[in-house]
Design a protein around this ligand. Structure first.
Ligand SMILES: C[S@@+](CC[C@H](N)C(=O)[O-])C[C@H]1O[C@@H](n2cnc3c(N)ncnc32)[C@H](O)[C@@H]1O
Length: 206
């Protein structure tokens, strides 16, 4: 079972659990507000691995043009139904079918966690290619050096690898792809979250 099939399988439950989650995530909201400031009118912000679209919706509601991209077509259907007026499209961060310098910013929260280390350079090279000069990128991931595998999630069959990353791995890969690193933040999990340390990285295309 692929990552795409797994997220198709759990998309409905994921949306029920997470569509409203930003209301309880003040640091995420603050970082998204900062992202909008740093985009500074350069263009659309792409939410990559958007799931049910709540992050794109947050950006849109604050006046920032936004769209969502996700591997799972079921996630995209749910996002499009929940947030009319925002564009949602199926796609893969390792091979984005958009022109060079198409976007003014990228946010990818907990989506590189499904990209294995060997494929991270392809994803970051794509992020760099599709961003305008000066455009920012905000990433989040689970901090560590393990891979957690799940065969079942919320009573649904899945086959999902959750790849944890260390800060230097991600920073080095971003710099190799041409990004300049701007900021790094860690936080503990909230009570309702899985018990992992959360890492956030901001970078930009020089
Ligand atoms: C843990 S969810 C995070 C969803 C949302 N960003 C959030 O913060 O709630 C991971 C999402 O990334 C998507 N995804 C995984 N691999 C991807 C890839 N290569 N390209 C685009 N999306 C991907 C999955 O389909 C899933 O919707």
């Amino acid at each position: 079972m692929s990552t795409r099939d797994s997220y198709d399988e759990i998309a409905g439950t994921y949306a029920e659990r997470f569509l409203d989650e930003l209301s309880g995530k003040p640091l995420d909201r603050a970082l998204l507000d900062l992202l909008i400031t740093q985009v500074d009118g350069r263009g659309t912000i792409a939410d990559i691995g958007c799931g049910p679209g709540h992050v794109a919706r947050y950006l849109h509601d604050r006046g920032a043009p936004a769209l969502g991209i996700d591997l799972s077509s079921r996630m995209i259907e749910i996002a499009a139904a929940a947030h009319p007026g925002i564009g949602f499209h199926t796609g893969d961060m390792r091979d984005l079918h958009v022109p060079d310098q198409a976007w003014g910013g990228i946010v990818a929260l907990y989506s590189i966690i499904h990209v294995p280390p060997a494929e991270i350079p392809a994803a970051f090279t794509e992020f760099h290619r599709v961003l305008k000069p000066g455009a920012p990128l905000l990433l989040s991931f689970h901090l560590g050096d393990e891979v957690r595998h799940l065969d079942e999630m919320w009573d649904h069959p899945v086959s999902l690898d959750f790849q944890f990353y260390l800060r230097p791995e991600i920073e080095t890969a971003l710099e190799s792809a041409g990004f300049a690193i701007d900021a790094y933040v860690e936080r503990r999990h909230y009570d309702h979250e899985v018990e992992t340390t959360r890492a956030y990285l901001m970078a930009h295309r020089p």
